[in-house]
Structures are given as structure tokens and as C-alpha cells.
Design a protein. Structure first.
Length: 265
């Protein structure tokens, strides 16, 4: 008995080439200002390469003598990141359960919560920081409030969608037994979804340290304010040290988060 012979795999190189050519043509078209594309001045990049090389060389020479001045702003950044993440974690629990279909039986409640969260997420964090600085003044408070709103939108959106996309037979069994939705959420849903919440809370904490470096541009406190100041004085060696310090802090927080995630799963 002879083994079955599989037919040769059809060649699709013509189709692949056409798709690649169409993608390349569309990319080129988006760079032509005459037809509404984005203007990309490659000649200016080529002409100013020496200036970019000089700035890069300065960034590769961090001034470690500047480190003592960065300690207090970095501590302020970590405080902002932690308080913002914790506050968002507390508020996100009821909002997430109200926004997810399996844990909220009232359609109008889900609609209101999702609408509010979509509005919160639609505003960029830098816009929040600019408005809050104008409202409450320069300092850590507007940065903290911005991080809180940013984290709240991210956590509620991602966790509620994760809850919607999975089956929850234990909730159906609880409803059949006569339990109320509130009791089911407290006794069953929170226990099952706690790893989802924890992952997003830790991810929000990591993001907060990065975002705070940008918020300082508008005076929202933290290490970003010092970073913007050194940029203004063209002190690229100090800027390099601050960027390096942010990188080390983010790596440490990420390593700590990975350890906690493994313990929770």
C-alpha cells in the first residue's frame, strides 16, 4: 500500500508581490504633500545629520555628578506613580464590575460607565496635565491627578473587556441559587478576576513612571520637570543621566511586577 501523496503547495508569489507593491505604493503616497500626505523632509535630515550626531554624542556622556539633584524629583515621581496607581486600583474595582456584562445585569448602568470611561480615555494625558496645572497650579498634584485618570481609563477598559470575553458559569449557578448580583460580585467574581486586576494595576504602575517624565513638560512635577529644565539649558549630559535613571527605575519596577505576577497566577 503506497503512502498518499500530497498535492504541491500552490504558489502565491504573484499575490504576495501585488500586496507588497500596493502597501509600498500606499506608504509612498502618504508621504506626498501634494495629495494630502505627510511632509517628510528627508533632505533636511541628511543636511543636519552632523547636528544630530553631536547631540547623540553628548547624550552618550552622562554627568554622574548631577545625580544628587535628581534624587528628590525621582522620589516625587515614584510617589506620584504609586499613589496614582493605588487610587485608580481602588476606584477601578466597582467601575469595572459595573462596566462588564457578566457582572452587571443593568444595561443602562453599563452604558453610563462605559461612556464615562471612553470620555476619560479619549483625552490625552498631556492635555489633562495642562488643564490641571492651570487649575491647581504647578507641582505634583496635577501630575498625580493625571496619572489617576489615565490609570483608571486603562484598567477599567482592559479588565472589563477581558471579563466580557470569558465564560463565567459560576455566576449563572449563583443566580440560579438565588444570590444577588452584588453578593456574586463580592464572593465569586472578585476572586476569579483578581489576577486580571493585579496584572493591569502593575502595568499601570510601570506606565506611570514613564508618563511622569512627559508630564513635567507642562509643570506637573516629578523628574519630568527637571528633565524639561535641563533640556531648556541644553545640558544634554544631565538629560542623559535623567533618562538613564528613569530606565533603571522602570526596569526595577518591571522585575518586581513580574515576581508579583508569578505569585498571583
Amino acid at each position: 500500500m503506497t503512502a498518499p501523496v500530497l498535492p504541491p503547495r500552490p504558489r502565491r508569489w504573484v499575490r504576495t508581490a501585488l500586496i507588497a507593491a500596493a502597501f509600498a505604493a500606499f506608504t509612498i503616497a502618504t508621504c506626498i504633500p501634494a495629495i494630502g500626505g505627510v511632509e517628510i523632509d528627508l533632505a533636511a535630515i541628511a543636511n543636519n545629520w552632523r547636528n544630530g550626531a553631536n547631540k547623540l554624542a553628548q547624550l552618550l556622556q552622562p554627568d554622574f555628578a548631577f545625580f544628587p539633584r535628581t534624587v528628590q524629583p525621582m522620589l516625587e515621581t515614584l510617589q506620584m506613580a504609586l499613589i496614582g496607581a493605588v487610587a485608580a486600583a481602588i476606584v477601578s474595582v466597582p467601575l469595572t464590575l459595573w462596566a462588564a456584562r457578566p457582572t452587571s445585569q443593568h444595561a443602562w448602568v453599563r452604558g453610563v460607565v462605559r461612556t464615562v470611561i471612553n470620555v476619560v480615555r479619549s483625552v490625552p494625558d498631556l492635555v489633562y496635565a495642562t488643564i490641571l496645572v492651570a487649575m491647581v497650579g504647578v507641582g505634583a498634584l496635577p501630575g498625580l491627578l493625571t496619572l489617576f485618570l489615565f490609570d483608571l481609563g486603562v484598567v477599567v477598559k482592559l479588565v472589563s473587556e477581558a471579563i466580557d470575553s470569558t465564560d463565567h458559569p459560576y455566576l449563572e449557578a449563583g443566580r440560579a441559587a438565588g444570590a444577588t448580583q452584588g453578593r456574586l460580585n463580592r464572593s465569586l467574581a472578585m476572586r476569579q478576576t483578581l489576577p486580571l486586576f493585579a496584572n493591569q494595576w502593575l502595568y499601570a504602575l510601570e506606565l506611570n513612571v514613564r508618563i511622569s517624565a512627559i508630564l513635567g513638560i507642562v509643570g506637573a512635577g516629578g523628574i519630568g520637570r527637571l528633565l524639561n529644565e535641563r533640556f531648556g539649558f541644553y545640558a544634554y549630559d544631565d538629560v542623559s543621566l535623567i533618562v538613564l535613571e528613569i530606565l533603571v527605575v522602570v526596569i526595577i519596577i518591571e522585575a518586581f511586577s513580574n515576581v508579583l505576577r508569578r505569585r498571583l497566577t
